[in-house]
Unconditional design. Structure first.
Lengths: 822, 580
């Protein structure tokens, strides 16, 4: 412990022990505990207690009956636990009767404050901390704490109840770790007393008729199998699996969710021999016993298991597919779709049960779709994957949602009523539809997907979120619709689809709802990014009004839409698809967009469009956009000038990014053009041409970077620091061994920098020679700065001294107020 | 032929015998002059003020449109069924063409409207003492009403053309519909699958798309109603869509009145708009559109409009059927260019039929029907909330639409199932009138002396004259017998009023058998036997050969011609009963 903290500690302990002093803030106590924990990682807690008697005073102070606030009581219980985690300190405290006084039956349990959940929670956490060694185990057994923990499992506070269960698992693991030797683990009678007591309690609870008790027991077991992977857990399961199996005999099955969690937790355990312990049978039974609404998560969990028998996987997959199979069965006139879904459709009874509650059915369907989506991306994805029936089912669901399905059966009619206009299901189905684009599907089905996507995009009933998801799904289907490997061309069907899509997109770009305009623009940007180079695509796009409308949205009143419009217009321009047809003779229109963007950058009142402009500019610069390379220097200078005044830190960050791209490009170019480097071996790092440095000064890129170095937003300063470091590394070889002091005006630069540091950033650096700049660059401790910036901005305030001081200061203020009162 | 309209069915009911007409909203009163002017109708018509005023505007516009193109002769031969059969569709399928009438004149309109009695929401109107009717806000249009028709013990709600959406009118009053014995439900949305919000979005998108491409937009519409909401949407949308410079024209003979009326019916508007009046600001933003010259209105395309007209523009004009009115002119003018768009918003007309005579048409057509009336989901919510004992509705609402027979959600689903009716069907409502309320005159009430027979229940005997007039019943004190009565009068009095002097007191209470037996024994009766019967007890006085039959509501003493004994026993029985 550092001396300053040691000095402050007695005062703090006195404050904590004083019932008149209120510790206003719980988080201070939490931080204090964290600090003690870190201290005790390196120091002996016994010495700490002996060296600081104030601590011992505080701890024993609690034993006397007085009005200590519950939060301090809770704190002390937890602190004692941390100290007692080390065995020697534990014994020291036990000798002083402190432990029994706090954790025994005459301790915290008898206090009035025991009614407070925070105190009970502190008691549990204290025990959890101290239960690290055999002595602690004896203490727990002798003090009767275990019985109290059993009782606390049913605590009205969920936090306390959950912590109690966790503590039981912790104690069980600790007992087994020391107590059971390898040979005797299979014999429960040979288990340590404490472990036996816990296991007996769990077993009893499993036999209980009261569901809460069963749930508690199941939770303890779930945590045990999740955390402990020693051989004894096998014996534990061997003993407890019969009562668990008995739970399935009951009607209704109690605590279904906890039961499923337990089965999955056991199944994930690496030490159990499942074939021997009958787990697979139990899982199979459970899957067949549970209703479709209950069984979904278990089926998904089963499918995710690594070493699950194929038969069980098939069964679990069948359960998962059941709702979709029902839908297909209800809506298809044909005898039944081929594929895995066959036979999974339940009896009409199941269908009736499924449809009895609209909200439950909608919930189940969304859950199923999400599960399947998750499953398809996993390596455990069932094989063969029933792509065709799944796709058919998903398309049917979407048609049921938008009312365009025309089922003949009465169940189909009910489905129409249940799913019609249901946005939740629509969204889930669109997500899954997007995922299904990865599989191979027959052409007629792909066309059906396109048609349902078009219908959804066109429908006036589609909500903005549904439209967004439809755009995403559409993009994925377009990307995956080409069949020729290594060819990114759009298939003829996709092109036909685009022909129908663009008129709809036009309408969506004019939507009164800004979210729709925004997602339509984003979608357009993606389209152009992928296929903007293709002649067919260009033709389809040009024959629509989409480019014009997209550019018109640069004036949209909603800033998000303007930002997306900037992105889309930037893409259009990059691909030569801009709204106004430009010819080499008429570069005006094109130049117009650049000027429009510059205008947005310098005048738009919202940050998003300005950030978008910079992203586009950076991309243009990187890709060598025609308008940019026409006069790169002017371009960069104008952008930097606008950015340096920007109030949005992300814009300034983006400005630095653009500067960096410029630097890298310019250096590359200058190394090629520099006459002195011609013929040098390539390995030598290219030195920039002096003219290049002149350019940097003229832009003024140096000034911009120096200014950003002192930026009040840390990420900007970090980025500037990185940029200047990069520049310094690249320029070391360039200039001579000139010292900063030699430069004629470096003194004035230094002076300006000094003033900047003092907060007068408005002062310009003035016209400076490259040499002076380089000198400053070298004179700055950039590495040091980088290190400082890497620390979080509150690292000063986080120190323990500061914490102790703060706590004392708050109390000090209270004291003053008190004095005033008298 | 265009000038004739289908009106109403006359075989079913003799309209001259109708006492009262209740008007739900201005859209459903367009045939009023036919009823009030040509059928001998002498009753009263009840409607709210906005209903009447805007109804007048709609009729005025209709008359104006028709009268602009007068026809010297009207053809009637085609109405012959043999001829009609040969005509092209849809004329050959038209029903009841013989009842089709020429459009009414403005005079007839005025005369019809003069028969309207104006009422306000929640106002109670006594109809002949038999029932009370009350208009309630139905949330669909300015002044639109649902009606409660109730007696003291029965309540029927007539719900027609209602909306639960938040648009410009006052929200629908649902609470007052509770405890209805019967709820007659009609006037639901014409397009149950189209959500008005989506349609408004569609309307705006198509409008903006057309105008941005340099085309004109034509919106065939009524001069009142949805147009207010559309203008409000456009008010919020035009700036964001970059349409600030596009002129909006509203052309109707009643355009000016419609826009102004909407602003003065503050008490009939939704809460938001009402509160604007106190600021004071015009409740509808179209005032600002007019001020800033973005919205201009003209009585017709002639005159000022032709000077101001510039394109591209948006025109709102009637008639939505495209058969008459200024809209015809614009269809001719813009129909040939694919840049232009006609957007249908009124749900009452099939847009394909409306467009049929103009085909082939190059201009784009968009169908965005905006119908804010209740859809089936809303009906189901409403019925859950209001919980009427019975629902009565047109047959069409009890089954899915024929074109979408699988859509089980597009029908009324309630318990008990709704009673349905067909066109021209007479339906007996499922309740019987069992009670009437009778008033007691104060002086008669004063003379009553109630006796408490059970805690909280008091009874009193009343002798009075029941006076019934105009379905109201009043108990008046009986006239005192005249002194000295003339023979003639006396006879009449004795006919009307029962003789009050011989009134016996009424008895109440029950006879405890054991105590009664004890009392009998005390009074010297012996050899008493008690038998239990299904209805009570029989006390047998064997010695006296007498039987006392005690039942819940009667006691009989059966003895053999011994009046003294009977009176003795009677007095003993009466001891246990209360008299009043």
């Amino acid at each position: 412990m550092d001396p300053e903290c040691a000095r402050l500690l007695p005062a703090l302990c006195a404050v904590l022990a004083d019932p008149r002093q209120l510790v206003a803030d719980d988080t201070c106590l939490e931080k204090l505990l964290d600090w003690f924990k870190t201290v005790m990682e390196t120091e002996c807690s016994l010495h700490l207690l002996q060296d600081h008697p104030c601590l011992m005073e505080l701890l024993s102070h609690v034993l006397k009956p007085q009005d200590i606030s519950p939060r301090v009581l809770s704190f002390v219980l937890r602190l004692v636990g941390i100290f007692a985690a080390q065995e020697d300190c534990f014994q020291y405290l036990q000798q002083g009767e402190l432990l029994l006084g706090l954790f025994g039956e005459t301790g915290a349990l008898s206090w009035a404050a025991w009614n407070m959940p925070s105190v009970r929670s502190g008691w549990i956490q204290g025990l959890c901390s101290l239960a690290q060694h055999p002595s602690a185990l004896h203490f727990l057994a002798d003090s009767g704490a275990v019985d109290t923990i059993f009782a606390l499992q049913g605590d009205p506070s969920l936090f306390v109840a959950s912590a109690a269960s966790q503590l039981l698992v912790h104690i069980l693991a600790l007992a087994m770790q020391g107590g059971a030797s390898g040979s005797s683990i299979s014999e429960a009678a040979a288990w340590p007393v404490c472990a036996q007591k816990i296991v007996n309690h769990v077993e009893e609870s499993l036999h209980s008729k009261a569901t809460p008790q069963v749930t508690q027991a199941l939770n303890v077991l779930t945590t045990t199998f999740g955390r402990c992977h020693s051989p004894w857990t096998g014996a534990l399961w061997g003993r407890l699996s019969p009562p668990v199996a008995c739970l399935f005999e009951r009607d209704p099955i109690p605590a279904v969710h906890s039961l499923m969690d337990l089965l999955l937790s056991v199944a994930r355990s690496p030490v159990l021999n499942f074939a021997a312990c009958g787990l697979w049978e139990m899982l199979a039974q459970t899957l067949s016993r549970l209703s479709p609404t209950q069984a979904g998560p278990l089926a998904l969990g089963t499918l995710k298991l690594q070493h699950c028998p194929q038969e069980l996987r098939t069964q679990a997959f069948g359960v998962l597919l059941q709702p979709l199979a029902c839908i297909l069965k209800a809506t298809t006139q044909a005898p039944g779709p081929p594929g895995l879904l066959e036979g999974t459709a339940g009896s009409s009874l199941t269908v009736d049960a499924l449809l009895s509650s609209k909200s439950a059915f909608v919930g189940l369907l969304c859950q199923t779709l999400a599960h399947l989506e998750e499953l398809q991306m996993l390596p455990q994805c069932p094989c063969p994957w029933p792509q065709v029936p799944l796709l058919e089912a998903t398309v049917t669901i979407l048609r049921l949602c938008d009312g365009s399905a025309n089922p003949s059966s009465s169940v189909g009619g009910r489905l129409c009523g249940t799913l019609g206009g249901c946005v939740r299901v629509q969204r889930a189905a669109l997500d899954f539809l997007g995922t299904l684009s990865q599989g191979t599907s027959p052409l007629e089905l792909v066309l059906e997907v396109f048609s349902v996507l078009l219908k959804t995009l066109e429908s006036p009933e589609s909500s903005p979120t549904v439209l967004k998801k439809t755009f995403q799904a559409t993009l994925r289907w377009l990307q995956n619709s080409h069949k020729i490997p290594n060819c990114s061309d759009l298939s003829p069907d996709a092109l036909l689809f685009l022909g129908e899509l663009f008129p709809i997109l036009q309408k969506r770009l004019c939507s009164p709802c800004w979210e729709v305009r925004d997602s339509a623009l984003e979608f357009l940007t993606h389209l152009i990014r992928h296929w903007g180079g293709q002649a067919d695509f260009k033709e389809a796009l040009h024959s629509s009004e989409v480019p014009t409308l997209a550019c018109q949205l640069l004036q949209d009143p909603e800033s998000y839409v303007r930002a997306s419009a900037v992105g889309a217009a930037g893409q259009l321009s990059s691909r030569g698809l801009q709204a106004t047809p430009t010819s080499p003779e008429n570069p005006q229109a094109q130049q117009g967009l650049l000027m429009d963007f510059m205008h947005i950058l310098s005048t738009d009142s919202e940050g998003f469009p300005r950030r978008a402009v910079l992203r586009v500019f950076t991309e243009w610069l990187r890709d060598g956009h025609a308008d940019v390379i026409r006069d790169t220097e002017w371009f960069v200078a104008t952008v930097l000038q606008a950015v340096s005044r920007d109030l949005d830190w992300e814009v300034r960050m983006q400005g630095l990014e653009l500067a960096q791209v410029f630097l890298i490009q310019a250096m590359g170019r200058s190394s090629l053009h520099c006459p002195y480097t011609v013929g040098l071996p390539e390995a030598t790092s290219p030195s920039p041409h002096p003219e290049f440095l002149q350019t940097l000064c003229r832009l003024p890129l140096f000034e911009f970077a120096f200014c950003a170095l002192l930026d009040c937003d840390r990420p900007v300063a970090q980025k500037a620091c990185d940029l200047l470091l990069f520049l310094r590394d690249k320029t070391t070889s360039c200039s001579g061994p000139q010292e900063a002091g030699d430069s004629p005006n470096s003194a004035s630069v230094e002076a300006v920098l000094q003033r900047w540091r003092e907060g007068e950033q408005g002062q310009p650096l003035g016209d400076l020679e490259p040499e002076a700049m380089l000198a400053i660059l070298r004179s700055l401790d950039l590495e040091g700065l980088q290190g400082k910036l890497a620390k979080s901005s509150d690292h000063m305030e986080k120190s323990p001294q500061s914490l102790l001081q703060d706590m004392l200061a708050t109390v000090g203020i209270l004291e003053e107020n008190e004095a005033d009162c008298y | 032929m265009l000038q004739e309209e289908g009106t109403y069915q006359t075989e079913l009911i003799d309209l001259s015998t109708v006492d009262v007409i209740l008007i739900s909203n201005y859209h459903c009163m367009m045939a009023l002059p036919y009823i009030t002017e040509h059928t001998g109708f002498t009753g009263t018509v009840y409607a709210t003020e906005p209903t009447m005023q805007i109804g007048r505007l709609l009729m005025e516009e209709l008359v104006n449109f028709i009268e602009r193109v007068p026809k010297a002769q009207s053809a009637s031969l085609w109405k012959n069924k043999d001829v009609q059969r040969l005509l092209p569709s849809p004329l050959k399928d038209a029903v009841e063409v013989s009842t089709w009438r020429r459009c009414y004149t403005m005079q007839e309109v005025n005369s019809a409207l003069s028969k309207i009695q104006l009422v306000g929401y929640s106002q109670k109107i006594e109809l002949f003492g038999a029932v009370q009717v009350t208009p309630l806000s139905s949330g669909y249009a300015l002044g639109s009403s649902n009606w409660i028709i109730q007696s003291h013990y029965e309540k029927v709600s007539y719900v027609s053309g209602s909306s639960l959406l938040t648009t410009h009118p006052q929200p629908m009053d649902q609470a007052s519909l509770k405890n209805s014995d019967v709820l007659v439900l009609t006037g639901l949305t014409q397009i149950p699958t189209a959500n008005p919000d989506g349609m408004v979005g569609e309307f705006c998108s198509n409008l903006a798309l057309t105008v941005r491409n340099g085309g004109n937009v034509l919106v065939p519409c009524y001069p009142s109603g949805v147009i207010y909401d559309l203008l409000e949407c456009l008010y919020q949308y035009i700036d964001s869509a970059g349409l600030s410079n596009i002129p909006f024209y509203f052309i109707s003979p009643v355009a000016n009145s419609s826009l102004e009326f909407s602003q003065i019916f503050a008490e009939w508007l939704c809460h938001n708009k009402q509160s604007k009046v106190y600021l004071p600001e015009p409740p509808f933003p179209h005032a600002e559109l007019i001020q800033t010259n973005k919205l201009k209105h003209y009585p017709s395309i002639h005159g000022d409009f032709s000077n101001d007209f510039r394109q591209p523009c948006v025109v709102f004009t009637g008639h939505p059927s495209l058969r008459f009115g200024d809209v015809v002119h614009f269809m001719e003018l813009w129909g040939k260019s694919s840049l232009n768009t006609v957007i249908f918003t009124e749900p009452d007309f099939s847009y394909l039929e409306a467009l049929a005579p103009y085909q082939p048409l190059a201009m784009k057509c968009t169908y965005c029907p905006i119908d804010t009336r209740l859809n089936f989901i809303q009906v189901s919510k409403l019925l859950k909330e209001v919980q009427p004992l019975h629902v009565v509705c047109p047959e069409q609402y009890t089954q899915p639409p024929p074109a979408q027979s699988h859509r089980m959600d597009l029908m009324i689903d309630c318990q008990p199932p709704a009673m349905s009716y067909r066109r021209a069907e007479v339906l007996a409502l499922p309740f019987k009138r069992r009670y009437e309320k009778i008033e007691i005159m104060p002086e008669l009430a004063d003379s009553l002396v109630p006796m408490e027979i059970k805690p909280g229940i008091s009874l009193a005997t009343v002798s009075a004259v029941l006076h019934t007039k105009d379905n109201k019943h009043v108990l008046q004190p009986p006239p005192r017998p005249a002194q000295p009565p003339s023979s003639k009068k006396r006879k009449r009095v004795s006919e009307d009023v029962p003789d009050c002097k011989v009134l016996k007191p009424l008895l109440s209470g029950s006879i405890p058998v054991e105590q009664f037996v004890q009392t009998l024994e005390k009074h010297g009766f012996s050899d008493i036997k008690v038998e239990d019967t299904a209805k009570g007890h029989i006390v047998l006085l064997q010695e006296a050969e007498t039987l006392i039959q005690i039942e819940e509501d009667s006691t009989h003493i059966i003895c053999d011609n011994d009046e003294t004994l009977r009176v003795r026993l009677r007095d003993l029985v009466l001891r246990f009963l209360q008299k009043f």
